[in-house]
Design a protein around this ligand. Structure first.
Ligand code: SAH
Ligand code: SF4
Length: 369
């Protein structure tokens, strides 16, 4: 399903596309630069506040472009460290953007390192058997503007309490593309969105601080390897043999490990950077010693970091989180094989699943970055 909004989102425009449009309507190209400065450096909330633009131009822009393609419904403080922003889009679809704070010694909570987790689709078509996003199925892809505007919401919220807004830099430290949806299935909007965040006239946010997580869409991993930017890659592995992986990830039938692993290797070699393998531990399914050994082989071959995530209960699904003892012996087996690995545990299941699982996934990335 495609959603075509009444007005184009301004956050979906590049400097060049806005220059072209302004020239078409008889304006000077330099006005585009001014608009971008208001949006990304000064973080204006309205057209009206762009005081160095002539009033008729502001009205014209307002009639053509939407400045807030997503509306914030609520900000739910799930824990001290994790906050969910529930965003509503023009067609009433809902997505979540999550702010994860890693407290730092000696500074207040508000000045802690912040990692922002963004969504790329409403729902997801890939139907992984453990995932809440997969359960609901795919509704639609997010547009470039809807992806970028998630970060702008976060800036607007955080700007009030950090000094960074005054310096006209982003009010967060890392972006992880690990929210709802499969980012590689919306590559054509994801990449332009990340380029806008990265552009000097945009948020000027470094590609090395952006991690894209994928369930393993091989052709897109290869395409991303050929892009000039140094985005970081995380791959949701969750099974170290085809027999186990295909029980929980239907995508494994299309891109089994013998094609996925070489694609990851190509990415790591081209970029010269360590990639992350994500592995959810599910009781009696993928937490066996055989799986640990097979995972160690893959991780060593790829010189990859492994992030173990104890499964988070999802209502309606029967999987179970392994006991601490089983989690620990899996982890120790990787360590003994000299694999770089982390395991994250939260205190209980009190945090809403999506949020909790994100925090566990994101923390190691934020710490390494
Ligand atoms: N579609 C992409 C992007 C993020 S999906 C991908 O699959 O990589 C969200 C992430 O949360 C995935 O890594 C997924 O493995 C993880 N996840 C989904 N359900 C989970 C659960 N119940 N417990 C723990 N992690 C889960
Ligand atoms: Fe989609 Fe990722 Fe969830 Fe799989 S884990 S269903 S690819 S969002």
């Amino acid at each position: 399903m495609k959603y075509i909004p009444e007005k184009k989102p301004i956050y979906g425009e590049t400097l060049e596309s806005l220059q072209d449009r302004l020239m078409e309507i008889g304006e000077h190209a330099f006005r585009a630069k001014q608009v971008m400065e208001w949006l990304y450096k000064k973080r204006a909330h309205s057209w009206e506040s762009m005081t160095n633009l002539p009033a008729p131009l502001r009205r014209r822009l307002e009639s053509e472009f939407e400045i807030s393609p997503t509306k914030r419904l609520l900000a739910k403080e799930s824990t001290d460290e994790t906050e969910k922003l529930l965003l509503e889009m023009g067609d009433k679809s809902l997505i979540e953007t999550v702010v994860i704070r890693a407290p730092q010694i000696g500074v207040g909570q508000r000045d802690s390192r912040k990692t922002i987790c963004i969504s790329t689709q409403v729902g997801c078509a890939y139907g992984c058997k453990f995932c809440a996003s997969g359960l609901a199925g795919w509704k639609r892809d997010l547009s470039v503007g809807e992806i970028v505007s998630q970060l702008i919401h976060v800036c607007h919220q955080e700007d009030a309490t950090t000094e960074r807004a005054k310096e006209e830099i982003a009010s967060f430290d890392n972006i992880v593309v690990m929210g709802m949806g499969e980012p590689m299935a919306n590559y054509e909007n994801l990449l332009p969105a990340l380029r806008i965040l990265n552009a000097p006239w945009g948020l000027n946010f470094g590609a090395r601080r952006i991690t894209i997580s994928t369930s393993g869409i091989v052709p897109k991993i290869l395409e991303l390897a050929d892009e000039p930017e140094q985005f970081r890659l995380a791959v949701s592995l969750h099974g170290a043999t085809n027999a186990v992986r295909e029980q929980i990830m239907p995508i494994n039938k299309r891109y089994p490990l013998e094609t996925l692993v070489p694609a990851i290797r190509k990415y790591a070699e081209t970029k010269g950077r360590m990639i992350t393998l994500e592995f959810i531990l599910i009781d009696s399914l993928n937490d066996t010693s055989e799986q640990a050994n097979a995972l160690a082989d893959i991780a060593l071959q790829l010189n990859a970091h492994v992030n173990l995530i104890p499964y988070n209960t999802v209502a309606g699904l029967d999987w179970k989180r392994p006991s601490i003892k089983r989690q620990e012996s899996f982890y120790q087996r990787l360590k003994r094989a000299n694999v770089s690995a982390t395991i994250r545990r939260e205190k209980g299941h009190d945090i809403a699943a999506a949020c909790g699982q994100l925090k566990l996934k994101v923390e190691p990335i934020a710490e390494n970055g």
